[in-house]
Ligand binder design. Sequence first.
Ligand code: PMP
Length: 392
Amino acid sequence: MSSFDPNRRTFVRARGTELVDSMGKTTFDAVSSIWTTIHGHCHPYITEAIGRQAGILDHATALGATNPVAEELAQRLCERSGLSHVFFASDGASAVEAALKMALQFWQNAGHAERQRFVHLHCSYHGDTVGAMSVSDIAVFRDRFAPFCFETIAFERFEDVIARPDIAAVIVEPLVQAAAGMRVVPVERYRSLAAPMAPLLIVDEVATGFGRTGTFFATEQTGMKPDLLCIGKGLSGGALALSATLATTRVYEAFSSSPSELRHFFHGHSYAANPIACAAALASLELFEREQTLAHVASLAQHLAVLLAQLRDDPRIAQVRHLGLMSAIEIVPERFPSARSTPTPAWNVADAMYERGHFTRPLGNAIQLVPPLSSSTAELDSFVEALVASLP
Ligand code: PMP
């Protein structure tokens, strides 16, 4: 906060792919407001659905109750994912937290309480709450809070995981580890997890879901069959906080019993299945069909690949990573004489890009470009031009 200038990045309005700040400056939202915005900001189809639903049923608890909008959304999500039950929450971390707790209790209910350990990938990130943090592997987010965190195992070899009798679940981000700087993990890493195994498989599509890697879910490219699937961010199209943990029938049924057996899931959030957020999500799903969003993503991703390839020989750039519309350009920090008012060299670049009309947020030394799926090729061209002009 000591270097935060409220004259920049105090956003007061948005439309399509653009944000407008309090000084009247318009910028391209090159990070989709941290990977949430799908069809563009304030899309009339979504804002109308929100307004309509707000006048019918604003909120009603989902604890021991339900509402038709959430029911319809659950149905649609099951059709899309191949899973069969949906547990709603608000943020991605809450969806992950619920998945971890479900996995632990699944094994208790199944008579295998010894299965308590969680396996995660190297460089993983699953959110900032205690459970999600425990299965995360990025030091800056986790180390300070290590006393809170439970012990986990970093995934090395599939054979080691299946051999151990104490593993409750393996949790993975499919194909792209976004918070690690759009780290693209080779698909082979996931192939072994597509084979049958005793531990449950939790797939975290909070960042990768809803078309960002080219397919609706990144999991579709891996052959994995998750027992639990976490979604959030783009679920509502990016308009409202909504997340969900999807489960298979096998997982769901392990929790059903007579009330006195207490096998059910003691977990719930006040705004779970909020009807307005669910209406936004239904409208967003419809837009995928109406606007042929995935076809647009395919051509945009191809264009982006060509654009980024041109950067590879630039001595100021250490590495370029991308899959679909998730990309990061790692700069060479040594080329910066000293950080000016901003905390890191990458922030210097991001600030210079802001002046040129592009809002991005560095991840370490990486400048990220994760644009709304509705972006144009001209906007991507302009981003890359601004990046090259902003490098020292
Ligand atoms: N999982 C992944 C893969 C994420 O990238 C994130 C957030 N960046 C989360 C979970 C947490 O989501 P939220 O910020 O909505 O809590």
